[in-house]
Design a protein around this ligand. Sequence first.
Ligand SMILES: [Fe+2]
Length: 370
Amino acid sequence: MQRVSLPFLQAGMMVAKGVYSSDGRLLLSAGTILAEGTIPKMQNLGVGSVYICNPLFTDLEVPELINIDTRVKTIQALQSVVRKFEKTNELNIEPLKGAVRQLVAEIISNREAMIHLIDLRTFDDYLIAHSVNVCILSLLTAVNMDYNEAKLVDLAMGCLLHDLGMTAVPEEIRAKVGSLTPKESSIVQTHAEVGFNYIRKVRDMSVLAAHVAFQHHERFDGKGYPRQMAGNEIHEYARIAAVADIFDALISDRPYRKGMLPHEAYEILMTLGDSLVDREIVNIFLEHVAIYPMGSVVQLGSNEIGIVTTVLPKMQSRPIVKLLTDTNGELLQEPREINLAEHLTLFITRVLKEQEIFELGKSVRDEQES
Ligand SMILES: [Fe+2]
């Protein structure tokens, strides 16, 4: 299957993986053939992309780090907590507890795994989807820093609620396309302290979890906010969350721009690691994020084009690639696999764009049918 963003969706394409709204409702089930009218409907609902069947990817099973049911349950629980908080200004974290326990259990049993793609993201409720992603990415980092279960639970709670204070920022500022005025920026910046002040009052929550909200915009060089803390003055939980927060923001599709590809976000995070974020945490984080996720279609220095089929931990830039074309761009009769870890002079030179992948899929289908 291929992840296709809305502008490239066409009637007649077959949905390969269920599409959910940010409150966890099933909008489209696997196997549905897209009708003309479905695409604008998806756009109105705020869906960013859909997984579509493409013959290039028929035998590719991308493992999911977190079970889809767990992800949906977490999103629903967080949404109900935030909605209630917006209405009453009371923060009741009870509905989050079961979801967090389940997330932590799955991360502990999957600690060696890699994140390939983060889906279930919609524009209409960026805050909720983003918070759940930051939570999962932070847990994956922390479990590889040997955090025990109790610390993972605290960190997860803090991450889920890290942007709670954004609910106090007026919608017109939150949804603004383009740069903020200095006054608007200072309003947005209040979200860290506002969130902290609510979270720290919750009786059965660790104050360290509240510090994730307070300190996630502090930067290693002391130029963040609200307190301009630097280096290890910033609590480790907040340093972990900051890395996950920046990465997820970079790869997210937003109404006004398409998210970056993982390898582009990887480069940026590597650069920021020298000043803004904790370099050691970035290194641990990036060991578990696939730079070229399974299913990426890549071109090699030899000009051959292929699909990434296996990514081994610590070998992210040298995956196993199933070659589809030869050096002249001609389709191979029999695709063959090449392990880039064994061909150190061969590099990935670029990642193909959606339209190119779609066209390639069409020529493979034509070839199979002829
Ligand atoms: Fe934030």
